[in-house]
Design a binder for this molecule. Structure first.
Ligand code: DAH
Length: 336
């Protein structure tokens, strides 16, 4: 019987190694491990052996069964490996896949560029929190109690009375209250207003604020700084203009425009044929604001300005919808 078991094993080994598909392997499983397999037949003949022969034969039968089970597993594993090889051909000469490297968000690019320009003009960067007090965001900035911007329909309030800052101007108050003049800062940051989102409005946007406090500061200095900034940002041919306006915290107040960088002031759809692009607000710091932070308005004077980062990004990169800046669509962001 031992000799027969050996022969069965030899045949099984050769057959499993030659089997090239699942059907062939399954047929061999039935042939060598099924109910009518030669090993089963031998097992049923065990009774006919003498008691001395039986233990060795039983042991041999069991190990043969185990070996054939292993052969089956190996054959199936080989088949799987072969399939993987066929479906995913590995070409080791191909260059590797580069891990994607992120790019800076256009809003960050504009903030970085504005900050770099103002640094060269002698400004340092200041920051303030996004959650502000009513005092810093409105009261100390001389905003009348009935000013529409205070309305809960325009401003996000917390139940404790604080708010999400609606502008970067409260950083002016923080800086003036924590340091002595002369002061020359820019403060970039996130602001929040309860606006209905559309192509030019977002509830969440960014501004960069500027503040200069010293003795005998003039509006002419403000204009020259803004002109230098405009030319650094958009090129030497840009000019600026100021129009009278009103802000509670500056007197006089102005809105300033850059000549349209698209049509060079000739008039085009971007500047609505005016030749000018409205950039933001500015003015001479109101003596009331200086007094609110404990500065002597007789001694100190200054100018302030604030502009929208998204507005500049949209002009610079020709983006026609502010919402593109917040959708995080990689196809859009990868262009910067
Ligand atoms: N805070 C103003 C706004 O959000 C912008 C502004 C205007 C800032 C005049 C200033 C300024 O510092 O002087 O509309």
């Amino acid at each position: 019987m031992l000799k027969e078991i050996d022969e069965i094993l030899t045949r099984a080994t050769a057959s499993f190694q030659a089997a090239s598909d699942e059907a062939a392997i399954e047929a061999l499983r039935v042939e060598f491990l099924g109910r009518k397999s030669p090993l089963q037949t031998l097992a049923s003949q065990m009774r006919e052996l003498s008691p001395e022969e039986r233990p060795a034969a039983g042991k041999s039968l069991n190990s043969a069964k185990a070996r054939i089970n292993d052969l089956l597993k190996e054959a199936l594993a080989n088949l799987t490996n072969k399939n993987i090889g066929a479906n995913t051909f590995l070409d080791v000469t191909l260059p590797g896949r580069e891990p994607g490297v992120g790019t800076k968000h256009p809003v960050s690019l504009v903030i970085d560029e504005c900050v770099a320009i103002f640094r060269r003009l002698g400004f340092i960067v200041a920051e303030g929190p996004e959650i502000e007090t009513v005092r810093n965001n409105f009261d100390a900035l001389n905003t009348p109690v009935d000013h529409p911007s205070r309305d809960p329909l325009d401003t996000f309030y917390f139940s404790d009375g604080r708010l999400l800052r609606t502008q970067t101007s409260p950083v002016q108050i923080r800086v003036m209250e924590s340091s002595e003049p002369p002061i020359r800062i820019v403060a970039p940051g996130r602001c929040f207003r309860r606006d209905t989102p559309d192509a030019t409005h977002s509830m969440n946007f960014h501004q960069i604020e500027g503040l200069y406090i010293d003795e005998q500061v003039s509006l002419a200095e403000l204009k020259s700084v803004l002109l230098a900034f405009a030319r650094e940002l958009f090129g030497p041919e840009v000019s600026i203009r100021m129009r009278p306006h009103f802000f509670p915290f500056t007197e006089p107040s102005v809105e300033y425009d850059f000549s349209c960088i698209m049509c060079k002031g000739q008039g085009c759809p971007i500047c609505k044929n005016s030749g000018w692009l409205e950039i933001a607000g500015a003015g001479m710091v109101d003596p009331e604001v200086l007094a609110n932070v404990g500065y002597d308005p007789e001694k100190w004077s200054g100018y302030a300005f604030g502009m929208g980062i998204e507005r500049i990004a949209m002009i610079k990169y020709r983006i026609n919808d502010i919402r593109l800046l917040y959708e995080n669509d990689l196809r859009f962001l990868k262009q910067f």
